[in-house]
Design a protein. Structure first.
Length: 465
Protein backbone atom coordinates (compact mmCIF):
# COMPACT_ATOMS: atom_id res chain seq x y z
CA UNK A 1 0.00 0.00 0.00
CA UNK A 2 1.39 3.47 -0.85
CA UNK A 3 2.43 5.72 2.03
CA UNK A 4 0.49 8.78 0.79
CA UNK A 5 -2.19 8.31 3.46
CA UNK A 6 0.44 8.79 6.17
CA UNK A 7 2.20 11.91 4.89
CA UNK A 8 -0.94 13.70 3.67
CA UNK A 9 -2.68 13.53 7.06
CA UNK A 10 -2.59 16.07 9.92
CA UNK A 11 -1.45 15.81 13.52
CA UNK A 12 -4.13 15.78 16.22
CA UNK A 13 -3.35 15.72 19.95
CA UNK A 14 -5.93 13.80 22.02
CA UNK A 15 -5.80 12.47 25.59
CA UNK A 16 -7.81 9.25 25.88
CA UNK A 17 -9.00 8.77 29.45
CA UNK A 18 -10.71 5.74 30.96
CA UNK A 19 -10.60 2.01 30.16
CA UNK A 20 -13.04 2.23 27.22
CA UNK A 21 -11.02 3.31 24.17
CA UNK A 22 -13.95 4.27 21.96
CA UNK A 23 -15.73 6.17 24.74
CA UNK A 24 -12.50 7.96 25.61
CA UNK A 25 -11.92 8.95 21.98
CA UNK A 26 -15.48 10.26 21.57
CA UNK A 27 -15.20 12.28 24.77
CA UNK A 28 -11.83 13.74 23.77
CA UNK A 29 -13.09 14.81 20.34
CA UNK A 30 -16.31 16.31 21.76
CA UNK A 31 -14.33 18.33 24.30
CA UNK A 32 -11.86 19.52 21.65
CA UNK A 33 -14.75 20.81 19.50
CA UNK A 34 -16.77 22.21 22.42
CA UNK A 35 -13.74 24.01 23.89
CA UNK A 36 -12.77 25.59 20.59
CA UNK A 37 -9.48 23.73 20.16
CA UNK A 38 -10.89 22.25 16.94
CA UNK A 39 -12.57 25.02 14.98
CA UNK A 40 -15.39 24.60 12.43
CA UNK A 41 -14.19 23.25 9.07
CA UNK A 42 -11.00 21.84 10.61
CA UNK A 43 -10.19 18.68 8.64
CA UNK A 44 -9.57 15.60 10.79
CA UNK A 45 -7.04 12.87 10.10
CA UNK A 46 -8.24 9.84 8.17
CA UNK A 47 -9.39 6.95 10.31
CA UNK A 48 -6.32 4.95 9.24
CA UNK A 49 -3.90 7.77 10.15
CA UNK A 50 -5.50 8.54 13.53
CA UNK A 51 -5.64 4.87 14.43
CA UNK A 52 -1.94 4.53 13.65
CA UNK A 53 -1.06 7.65 15.65
CA UNK A 54 -3.09 6.50 18.70
CA UNK A 55 -2.17 2.84 18.46
CA UNK A 56 -5.79 1.65 18.31
CA UNK A 57 -7.94 -0.24 15.82
CA UNK A 58 -9.02 1.59 12.67
CA UNK A 59 -12.63 0.36 13.11
CA UNK A 60 -12.73 2.01 16.54
CA UNK A 61 -11.88 5.38 14.98
CA UNK A 62 -14.33 4.88 12.11
CA UNK A 63 -17.15 4.01 14.54
CA UNK A 64 -16.29 7.05 16.69
CA UNK A 65 -16.37 9.36 13.69
CA UNK A 66 -19.73 7.95 12.59
CA UNK A 67 -21.21 8.50 16.05
CA UNK A 68 -20.02 12.12 16.23
CA UNK A 69 -21.30 12.80 12.72
CA UNK A 70 -24.72 11.49 13.81
CA UNK A 71 -24.61 13.80 16.85
CA UNK A 72 -23.72 16.82 14.70
CA UNK A 73 -20.24 17.42 16.05
CA UNK A 74 -18.55 16.31 12.84
CA UNK A 75 -19.46 16.24 9.15
CA UNK A 76 -18.32 13.82 6.47
CA UNK A 77 -18.73 13.15 2.78
CA UNK A 78 -17.66 10.12 0.75
CA UNK A 79 -14.29 10.87 -0.82
CA UNK A 80 -13.88 14.17 1.04
CA UNK A 81 -13.00 12.96 4.52
CA UNK A 82 -14.25 14.16 7.91
CA UNK A 83 -14.19 17.66 9.37
CA UNK A 84 -15.56 19.66 12.31
CA UNK A 85 -19.16 20.69 11.59
CA UNK A 86 -20.40 24.26 11.61
CA UNK A 87 -22.21 25.01 14.86
CA UNK A 88 -24.04 28.03 16.26
CA UNK A 89 -21.58 29.66 18.70
CA UNK A 90 -22.60 30.14 22.29
CA UNK A 91 -23.16 33.77 23.30
CA UNK A 92 -19.97 35.38 24.60
CA UNK A 93 -19.84 36.15 28.28
CA UNK A 94 -19.72 39.82 29.22
CA UNK A 95 -16.47 40.25 31.18
CA UNK A 96 -16.34 43.99 31.57
CA UNK A 97 -17.91 47.33 30.76
CA UNK A 98 -18.65 48.18 27.13
CA UNK A 99 -15.99 50.13 25.23
CA UNK A 100 -16.19 53.91 25.42
CA UNK A 101 -18.45 55.67 22.96
CA UNK A 102 -15.46 57.20 21.14
CA UNK A 103 -13.99 53.76 20.45
CA UNK A 104 -17.32 52.44 19.18
CA UNK A 105 -17.95 55.35 16.84
CA UNK A 106 -14.47 55.97 15.37
CA UNK A 107 -15.14 54.79 11.84
CA UNK A 108 -12.43 56.97 10.34
CA UNK A 109 -8.91 56.95 11.76
CA UNK A 110 -7.07 60.25 11.38
CA UNK A 111 -4.30 59.48 13.81
CA UNK A 112 -0.62 59.38 12.86
CA UNK A 113 0.21 55.81 13.73
CA UNK A 114 0.17 54.05 10.35
CA UNK A 115 0.33 54.56 6.58
CA UNK A 116 -2.22 53.37 4.04
CA UNK A 117 -1.47 49.65 4.26
CA UNK A 118 -3.66 49.04 1.20
CA UNK A 119 -0.85 50.65 -0.80
CA UNK A 120 1.51 47.78 0.03
CA UNK A 121 2.91 46.46 -3.30
CA UNK A 122 1.81 42.85 -2.91
CA UNK A 123 2.66 41.58 -6.38
CA UNK A 124 6.06 43.27 -6.50
CA UNK A 125 6.85 41.98 -2.99
CA UNK A 126 5.85 38.44 -3.95
CA UNK A 127 8.00 38.62 -7.08
CA UNK A 128 10.98 39.82 -5.05
CA UNK A 129 10.40 37.07 -2.50
CA UNK A 130 10.28 34.34 -5.15
CA UNK A 131 13.49 35.56 -6.79
CA UNK A 132 15.28 36.00 -3.47
CA UNK A 133 14.31 32.57 -2.18
CA UNK A 134 15.24 30.87 -5.44
CA UNK A 135 18.80 32.19 -5.28
CA UNK A 136 19.40 32.33 -1.51
CA UNK A 137 22.04 30.02 -0.04
CA UNK A 138 20.72 27.36 2.31
CA UNK A 139 22.66 28.91 5.20
CA UNK A 140 20.49 32.04 4.95
CA UNK A 141 17.65 29.97 6.40
CA UNK A 142 19.64 28.81 9.41
CA UNK A 143 20.44 30.76 12.59
CA UNK A 144 22.01 33.90 11.22
CA UNK A 145 24.23 36.82 12.16
CA UNK A 146 22.37 38.98 14.73
CA UNK A 147 23.35 42.03 12.69
CA UNK A 148 21.10 40.74 9.91
CA UNK A 149 21.70 38.94 6.63
CA UNK A 150 24.64 40.31 4.62
CA UNK A 151 22.41 40.60 1.54
CA UNK A 152 20.13 43.10 3.29
CA UNK A 153 22.90 45.00 5.06
CA UNK A 154 24.68 45.47 1.73
CA UNK A 155 21.50 46.61 -0.03
CA UNK A 156 20.65 49.01 2.80
CA UNK A 157 24.14 50.49 2.89
CA UNK A 158 23.96 51.27 -0.82
CA UNK A 159 20.45 52.73 -0.62
CA UNK A 160 21.04 54.85 2.50
CA UNK A 161 24.26 56.31 1.12
CA UNK A 162 22.59 57.16 -2.19
CA UNK A 163 19.15 58.32 -1.07
CA UNK A 164 19.70 59.66 2.46
CA UNK A 165 23.36 60.75 2.40
CA UNK A 166 24.33 58.39 5.24
CA UNK A 167 28.02 57.60 5.75
CA UNK A 168 27.72 53.81 5.94
CA UNK A 169 29.31 50.48 5.12
CA UNK A 170 27.49 47.11 5.46
CA UNK A 171 29.48 46.17 8.56
CA UNK A 172 27.95 49.14 10.44
CA UNK A 173 24.32 48.14 9.74
CA UNK A 174 22.14 46.22 12.20
CA UNK A 175 18.70 45.02 11.12
CA UNK A 176 15.97 45.34 13.73
CA UNK A 177 12.19 45.07 14.05
CA UNK A 178 11.36 48.75 13.66
CA UNK A 179 12.46 51.93 15.42
CA UNK A 180 11.15 50.98 18.86
CA UNK A 181 13.26 47.85 19.01
CA UNK A 182 16.27 49.69 17.61
CA UNK A 183 15.93 52.39 20.27
CA UNK A 184 15.67 49.76 22.97
CA UNK A 185 18.83 48.02 21.73
CA UNK A 186 20.79 51.27 21.74
CA UNK A 187 19.50 52.36 25.15
CA UNK A 188 20.34 49.00 26.71
CA UNK A 189 23.83 49.06 25.20
CA UNK A 190 24.43 52.62 26.38
CA UNK A 191 23.16 51.88 29.87
CA UNK A 192 25.61 48.98 30.05
CA UNK A 193 28.38 51.44 29.13
CA UNK A 194 27.42 53.67 32.06
CA UNK A 195 25.06 56.18 30.43
CA UNK A 196 22.39 57.59 32.72
CA UNK A 197 20.51 60.36 30.85
CA UNK A 198 18.76 60.69 27.51
CA UNK A 199 17.69 64.14 26.33
CA UNK A 200 14.66 64.03 24.04
CA UNK A 201 12.46 66.53 22.23
CA UNK A 202 9.66 67.73 24.49
CA UNK A 203 7.17 66.88 21.75
CA UNK A 204 7.33 63.33 20.45
CA UNK A 205 6.26 59.73 20.98
CA UNK A 206 5.76 58.98 24.67
CA UNK A 207 6.47 55.32 23.87
CA UNK A 208 10.06 56.24 23.06
CA UNK A 209 10.54 58.00 26.39
CA UNK A 210 9.10 54.96 28.19
CA UNK A 211 11.51 52.65 26.34
CA UNK A 212 14.48 54.72 27.53
CA UNK A 213 13.18 54.78 31.10
CA UNK A 214 12.58 51.02 31.03
CA UNK A 215 16.23 50.60 30.05
CA UNK A 216 17.30 52.57 33.13
CA UNK A 217 17.86 56.01 31.59
CA UNK A 218 16.34 59.18 32.93
CA UNK A 219 14.71 61.35 30.24
CA UNK A 220 15.04 65.13 30.16
CA UNK A 221 13.15 67.49 27.85
CA UNK A 222 14.60 69.55 25.01
CA UNK A 223 12.21 72.35 23.95
CA UNK A 224 11.10 72.53 20.33
CA UNK A 225 9.93 75.42 18.16
CA UNK A 226 9.36 76.10 14.49
CA UNK A 227 13.02 75.39 13.74
CA UNK A 228 13.10 72.05 15.54
CA UNK A 229 14.87 71.18 18.78
CA UNK A 230 16.22 74.11 20.79
CA UNK A 231 19.69 72.85 21.67
CA UNK A 232 20.57 74.91 24.70
CA UNK A 233 22.14 73.40 27.78
CA UNK A 234 22.79 69.69 27.24
CA UNK A 235 25.14 69.29 30.20
CA UNK A 236 24.71 65.92 31.86
CA UNK A 237 23.10 64.24 28.86
CA UNK A 238 24.80 61.11 27.55
CA UNK A 239 22.58 60.88 24.48
CA UNK A 240 20.15 63.00 22.49
CA UNK A 241 17.10 61.64 20.66
CA UNK A 242 16.21 63.79 17.64
CA UNK A 243 13.89 63.78 14.62
CA UNK A 244 15.99 66.24 12.60
CA UNK A 245 14.58 65.58 9.13
CA UNK A 246 10.92 66.02 10.07
CA UNK A 247 10.30 66.84 13.72
CA UNK A 248 7.49 64.74 15.10
CA UNK A 249 4.83 65.98 15.48
CA UNK A 250 5.48 69.63 14.47
CA UNK A 251 6.63 68.56 11.00
CA UNK A 252 9.59 70.96 10.63
CA UNK A 253 13.21 70.18 9.77
CA UNK A 254 15.97 71.00 12.25
CA UNK A 255 17.54 74.33 11.26
CA UNK A 256 21.02 74.01 9.67
CA UNK A 257 22.76 75.89 12.49
CA UNK A 258 21.14 73.60 15.04
CA UNK A 259 22.18 70.51 13.06
CA UNK A 260 25.79 71.70 13.23
CA UNK A 261 25.39 72.52 16.93
CA UNK A 262 24.09 69.01 17.63
CA UNK A 263 26.97 67.34 15.77
CA UNK A 264 29.55 69.56 17.50
CA UNK A 265 28.05 68.85 20.94
CA UNK A 266 28.11 65.09 20.42
CA UNK A 267 31.70 65.16 19.15
CA UNK A 268 33.04 67.39 21.93
CA UNK A 269 31.10 65.69 24.74
CA UNK A 270 31.72 62.15 23.54
CA UNK A 271 27.95 61.71 23.51
CA UNK A 272 25.61 59.94 21.11
CA UNK A 273 22.77 61.31 19.00
CA UNK A 274 20.02 58.86 18.09
CA UNK A 275 18.64 60.12 14.78
CA UNK A 276 15.09 58.96 14.05
CA UNK A 277 14.83 59.59 10.30
CA UNK A 278 11.08 59.97 10.65
CA UNK A 279 9.38 60.33 7.25
CA UNK A 280 12.74 61.20 5.67
CA UNK A 281 11.71 59.76 2.31
CA UNK A 282 8.23 61.32 2.18
CA UNK A 283 8.86 64.92 1.17
CA UNK A 284 6.66 67.07 -1.07
CA UNK A 285 7.43 70.81 -1.23
CA UNK A 286 11.09 70.88 -0.31
CA UNK A 287 14.37 69.31 -1.41
CA UNK A 288 15.52 66.22 0.42
CA UNK A 289 17.09 66.90 3.82
CA UNK A 290 20.08 64.60 4.21
CA UNK A 291 20.81 62.60 7.31
CA UNK A 292 22.37 64.38 10.29
CA UNK A 293 24.54 61.28 10.71
CA UNK A 294 26.84 62.38 7.88
CA UNK A 295 28.07 65.32 10.02
CA UNK A 296 29.37 63.05 12.81
CA UNK A 297 29.24 59.35 11.81
CA UNK A 298 31.09 58.22 14.94
CA UNK A 299 28.67 59.99 17.25
CA UNK A 300 25.29 59.48 15.55
CA UNK A 301 23.13 56.37 15.48
CA UNK A 302 21.01 56.57 12.34
CA UNK A 303 17.67 54.73 12.55
CA UNK A 304 15.15 54.09 9.76
CA UNK A 305 12.34 51.68 8.97
CA UNK A 306 10.16 50.33 6.17
CA UNK A 307 7.03 50.98 8.24
CA UNK A 308 5.84 54.07 6.35
CA UNK A 309 7.21 53.31 2.88
CA UNK A 310 5.97 49.69 2.88
CA UNK A 311 4.02 48.51 5.95
CA UNK A 312 4.54 48.37 9.73
CA UNK A 313 3.53 44.71 9.74
CA UNK A 314 6.83 43.78 8.09
CA UNK A 315 8.64 44.72 11.34
CA UNK A 316 11.81 45.70 9.47
CA UNK A 317 14.06 48.57 10.47
CA UNK A 318 17.74 49.34 10.57
CA UNK A 319 20.44 51.03 12.60
CA UNK A 320 23.70 52.51 11.31
CA UNK A 321 26.01 52.50 14.29
CA UNK A 322 29.26 54.15 15.35
CA UNK A 323 32.08 51.64 15.70
CA UNK A 324 32.21 51.99 19.49
CA UNK A 325 28.58 50.86 19.88
CA UNK A 326 28.55 48.05 17.34
CA UNK A 327 29.68 45.16 19.53
CA UNK A 328 27.48 46.15 22.48
CA UNK A 329 24.31 46.56 20.40
CA UNK A 330 24.90 43.27 18.58
CA UNK A 331 25.51 41.51 21.91
CA UNK A 332 22.26 42.88 23.35
CA UNK A 333 20.33 41.78 20.26
CA UNK A 334 21.90 38.32 20.23
CA UNK A 335 21.45 37.81 23.96
CA UNK A 336 17.73 38.50 23.76
CA UNK A 337 17.23 36.42 20.61
CA UNK A 338 15.70 39.39 18.78
CA UNK A 339 16.32 38.13 15.26
CA UNK A 340 14.34 39.14 12.18
CA UNK A 341 12.84 36.76 9.64
CA UNK A 342 15.42 35.65 7.08
CA UNK A 343 12.76 35.38 4.37
CA UNK A 344 11.62 38.97 4.90
CA UNK A 345 15.22 40.19 4.97
CA UNK A 346 16.02 38.42 1.72
CA UNK A 347 12.89 39.81 0.11
CA UNK A 348 13.63 43.39 1.18
CA UNK A 349 17.21 43.06 -0.06
CA UNK A 350 15.97 42.02 -3.50
CA UNK A 351 13.24 44.68 -3.40
CA UNK A 352 15.84 47.39 -2.80
CA UNK A 353 18.44 46.03 -5.22
CA UNK A 354 15.95 45.67 -8.07
CA UNK A 355 14.82 49.29 -7.82
CA UNK A 356 11.32 48.31 -6.67
CA UNK A 357 11.79 50.10 -3.34
CA UNK A 358 12.62 53.39 -5.06
CA UNK A 359 9.55 53.00 -7.26
CA UNK A 360 7.38 52.29 -4.22
CA UNK A 361 8.66 55.35 -2.37
CA UNK A 362 7.93 57.56 -5.37
CA UNK A 363 4.49 56.01 -5.81
CA UNK A 364 3.37 56.56 -2.22
CA UNK A 365 5.00 59.98 -2.13
CA UNK A 366 2.74 61.06 -5.00
CA UNK A 367 -0.35 59.44 -3.47
CA UNK A 368 0.20 61.03 -0.06
CA UNK A 369 0.91 64.43 -1.58
CA UNK A 370 -2.46 64.27 -3.33
CA UNK A 371 -4.15 63.34 -0.06
CA UNK A 372 -2.43 66.22 1.71
CA UNK A 373 -3.48 68.67 -0.98
CA UNK A 374 -7.10 67.54 -0.74
CA UNK A 375 -7.06 67.98 3.02
CA UNK A 376 -5.51 71.46 2.84
CA UNK A 377 -7.93 72.62 0.12
CA UNK A 378 -10.96 71.32 2.04
CA UNK A 379 -9.87 73.02 5.27
CA UNK A 380 -9.16 76.28 3.48
CA UNK A 381 -12.69 76.25 2.07
CA UNK A 382 -14.58 75.05 5.15
CA UNK A 383 -12.45 76.16 8.12
CA UNK A 384 -10.31 79.12 7.03
CA UNK A 385 -9.70 80.10 10.65
CA UNK A 386 -7.58 76.96 11.10
CA UNK A 387 -3.89 77.33 10.22
CA UNK A 388 -2.34 74.21 8.67
CA UNK A 389 1.37 73.66 9.37
CA UNK A 390 4.05 70.99 9.12
CA UNK A 391 2.96 69.68 5.72
CA UNK A 392 6.10 69.89 3.56
CA UNK A 393 6.77 66.23 4.31
CA UNK A 394 5.38 63.27 6.23
CA UNK A 395 1.95 61.77 6.72
CA UNK A 396 0.22 64.26 9.01
CA UNK A 397 -0.66 67.93 9.40
CA UNK A 398 -0.80 70.14 12.48
CA UNK A 399 -4.02 72.17 12.58
CA UNK A 400 -3.46 75.28 14.69
CA UNK A 401 -6.74 76.33 16.26
CA UNK A 402 -7.96 79.91 16.69
CA UNK A 403 -8.58 81.32 20.19
CA UNK A 404 -11.61 79.79 21.83
CA UNK A 405 -11.90 76.10 20.97
CA UNK A 406 -10.25 73.64 23.35
CA UNK A 407 -8.24 70.68 22.10
CA UNK A 408 -10.05 68.14 24.25
CA UNK A 409 -13.44 69.53 23.27
CA UNK A 410 -12.69 69.21 19.56
CA UNK A 411 -11.25 65.72 19.99
CA UNK A 412 -14.47 64.68 21.75
CA UNK A 413 -16.58 66.38 19.07
CA UNK A 414 -14.63 64.58 16.35
CA UNK A 415 -15.29 61.28 18.11
CA UNK A 416 -19.02 61.98 17.99
CA UNK A 417 -18.60 62.39 14.22
CA UNK A 418 -16.91 59.01 14.00
CA UNK A 419 -13.35 60.37 13.76
CA UNK A 420 -10.28 59.35 15.75
CA UNK A 421 -7.98 62.39 16.06
CA UNK A 422 -5.49 63.55 18.66
CA UNK A 423 -4.57 66.90 20.18
CA UNK A 424 -1.02 68.20 20.03
CA UNK A 425 -0.81 68.13 23.82
CA UNK A 426 -1.05 64.33 23.70
CA UNK A 427 2.53 64.31 22.37
CA UNK A 428 4.02 66.63 25.00
CA UNK A 429 6.15 65.75 27.99
CA UNK A 430 4.64 66.82 31.32
CA UNK A 431 5.06 70.54 31.80
CA UNK A 432 5.38 71.31 28.08
CA UNK A 433 2.95 72.17 25.30
CA UNK A 434 3.01 72.71 21.58
CA UNK A 435 2.60 76.46 21.63
CA UNK A 436 -1.16 76.63 21.67
CA UNK A 437 -4.13 74.37 20.96
CA UNK A 438 -3.84 72.23 17.84
CA UNK A 439 -4.92 68.93 16.34
CA UNK A 440 -2.51 66.43 14.82
CA UNK A 441 -4.28 64.89 11.83
CA UNK A 442 -2.91 61.91 9.93
CA UNK A 443 -4.08 61.68 6.35
CA UNK A 444 -2.52 58.32 5.42
CA UNK A 445 -4.52 55.74 7.36
CA UNK A 446 -8.08 55.94 5.93
CA UNK A 447 -8.48 53.69 2.87
CA UNK A 448 -8.91 55.50 -0.42
CA UNK A 449 -12.65 54.90 -0.69
CA UNK A 450 -13.24 56.46 2.76
CA UNK A 451 -10.86 59.40 2.57
CA UNK A 452 -13.29 61.97 1.16
CA UNK A 453 -15.87 61.18 3.83
CA UNK A 454 -13.25 61.39 6.60
CA UNK A 455 -12.08 64.81 5.39
CA UNK A 456 -15.66 66.07 5.04
CA UNK A 457 -16.46 65.05 8.61
CA UNK A 458 -13.30 66.73 9.89
CA UNK A 459 -14.27 69.94 8.12
CA UNK A 460 -17.72 69.74 9.69
CA UNK A 461 -16.11 69.45 13.14
CA UNK A 462 -13.84 72.48 12.53
CA UNK A 463 -16.25 74.69 10.60
CA UNK A 464 -16.92 77.99 12.42
CA UNK A 465 -20.28 78.46 14.11
Amino acid sequence: MPDSWAISSVDLHLDLAGPQVRAGLEAALREAVRGGRLLPRTRLPSSRALATDLGIARNTVADCYAQLVAEGWLAARQGSGTWVAERVPAPAAVTGPPPPAAARQARYDLRTWAPDVAAFPRQAWLAAGRKALATAPALALSYTDPRGLPELRTALAGYLARARGVAVTPDRVVVCAGFAQGLELVCEAMRARGATTLAAEALGHSQHWRIAEKCGLSVTAVPVDNSGAVLGNLDGADALLLTPTHQFPLGVPLAPARRRRAAEWASSAGAVIIEDDYDGELRYDRPAVGALQALAPEHVVYAGTASKSLAPGLRLGWLVLPARLMDEVVAVKAGAGRLSSSLDQLTLAEFISSGAYDRQVRRVRLAYRRRRDRLVAALHASAPQVRVTGIAAGLHAVLRLPPGPREDGLVARAARHGLAVEGLSAYAMPGHDGGGPALVVGYATPPGHAYSTAVARLCAVLAPG
